[in-house]
Design a protein around this ligand. Structure first.
Ligand SMILES: Cc1cc2nc3c(=O)[nH]c(=O)nc-3n(C[C@H](O)[C@H](O)[C@H](O)COP(=O)(O)OP(=O)(O)OC[C@H]3O[C@@H](n4cnc5c(N)ncnc54)[C@H](O)[C@@H]3O)c2cc1C
Length: 393
């Protein structure tokens, strides 16, 4: 029945990405879980296959899937996350979180210099919004930049926290306050920072509960000189750039959540058919098979919300509410499904060998990253009340 929701081309693309993941990524899954390396080479393979470019136009991306849009991006996100979640987090931070603002607001020179090498997998990108003292309330960020004395650029000072790819990135899109006399929404600017710039340092990589193979870092900027040609989208336009990026990011994260839940659901179904207790497979007990029914329903509902938001975005619609709904539901669904899968496997679910604990740890991030579910509920109700004229449908 998938053909009702996905086109033949999209399903063929899913099969292609799935085969790629099995062939090129799955052999490294265990090693990455055990030793937590940052595998630039695997990110390069993903880029060379064109899976960093699906959400970018053909002029900037590489491969035959360029310009396919957000539905395709959710397919990539789901398939890679199902195998190595941390790797997709790194891919998405590079290609989408860094890549989208540069693609949409960058000059042709910036696109050439910063975006294309990232989409080819030669360079790594990151986005710097969050700070030690500033999480959900992004507008109150403390990182600031002043026009340099010679007027040729800006001097950046501050700290960023929880930056995916932070210590590994060659280029970062960093947000800073450039006018503190106005509302921060009107006084924020986006800059492209290169890792070799004097004054830019990695303070540390942060030890995480899950997402093996990723790096999430604390960064510091001390009198970093940024030339005018590294200004992204013009001075004091940063808040709009930030908001523009977040809607599509949230839908792509919902796609990742499908990827954490699916293998957990599959493992639970398989195990419940094989495990014999009281002389019968445990799937014969309603305590187990009703759980499977609920998990599958939850999973399919999350897919539909994700697909709805992605299709609307690809049609050029504003999707603040739909993106928030998709990410709330998919991120909470992934936690529920992993938790129930763990229960169905009994003690085996708690063993590392059966991987459920890993899916659970990976899934647990996404009610926070990219906007917490509390903030997303705030956005959802705000959009509902804004548009409500007596009828919801
Ligand atoms: C692994 C990881 C990777 C990340 N990657 C990046 C990245 O690449 N770049 C980047 O810039 N950031 C990144 N982040 C940061 C992420 O976006 C933030 O963690 C998130 O926005 C929340 O900020 P916070 O953690 O500081 O929580 P806080 O904002 O301090 O919130 C703490 C709690 O209070 C709640 N809360 C806050 N305000 C309200 C309110 N008004 N109403 C109700 N509840 C509220 C929150 O929902 C949350 O439950 C990453 C985070 C993690 C953990």
């Amino acid at each position: 029945m998938n053909h009702i929701f996905y086109s033949e081309e999209e399903l063929a693309f899913r099969d292609e990405v799935r085969a790629f993941c099995e062939r090129e990524l799955a052999p490294y899954e265990d090693e990455i879980q055990k030793t937590n390396p940052f595998r630039r080479d695997l990110l390069q393979k993903i880029a060379q296959a064109g899976y960093m470019s699906v959400h970018h136009p053909p002029e900037v991306g590489i491969g035959k899937h360029c310009g396919k849009g957000l539905v395709y991006e959710t397919i990539v996100a789901e398939e890679i996350s199902a195998v190595i979640a941390g790797l997709d987090m790194a891919r998405m931070a590079s290609a989408t979180l860094f890549g989208k603002p540069v693609a949409r607001f960058g000059t042709p020179e910036q696109i050439e210099k910063y975006l294309k090498p990232v989409l080819r997998g030669e360079k790594i990108g990151a986005i710097g919004i969050t700070e030690p003292n500033v999480g959900s309330d992004t507008a109150r960020m403390e990182t600031h930049a002043e026009i340099s004395k010679d007027g040729k650029g800006f001097v950046l000072n501050g700290k960023k926290y929880y930056i995916t790819n932070g210590s590994q990135a060659d280029f970062l899109c960093v947000f800073a306050i450039t006018d503190n006399t106005v509302n921060p929404r009107k006084g924020m600017t986006a800059f492209i920072v290169e890792k070799t710039m004097p004054g830019f340092t990695t303070v540390k990589d942060i030890d995480l509960m899950g997402m093996a193979g990723s790096r999430v870092s604390e960064l510091a900027f001390k009198d970093v000189f940024i030339s005018n040609d590294q200004l992204l989208g013009g001075i004091n336009n940063g808040f709009g750039i930030l908001m523009d990026e977040l809607d599509s990011e949230r839908v792509a994260i919902a796609g990742e959540c499908l990827g954490y839940a699916r293998p957990a659901l599959e493992s639970a179904i398989t195990y419940s058919k094989e495990r014999i207790q009281f002389k019968r497979p445990i799937k014969d007990f309603e305590g187990i098979n009703f759980k499977i029914a609920d998990m599958a329903t939850d999973f399919e509902a999350a897919r539909l919300l994700t697909l709805k938001a992605a299709r609307a975005y690809d049609n050029g619609e504003r999707i603040t509410k739909e993106a928030a709904m998709a990410k709330i539901f998919a991120s909470e669904m992934a936690i529920r499904v992993c938790d129930q899968a763990l229960q169905i496997l009994g003690g085996r679910g708690y063993e590392k060998e059966h991987k459920i604990e890993r899916y659970y740890r990976d899934a647990r991030l996404m009610t926070m990253g990219g906007g917490t579910v509390e903030i997303l509920r705030y956005l959802t109700q705000r959009e509902i009340y804004k548009k409500f004229d007596g009828k919801y449908w």
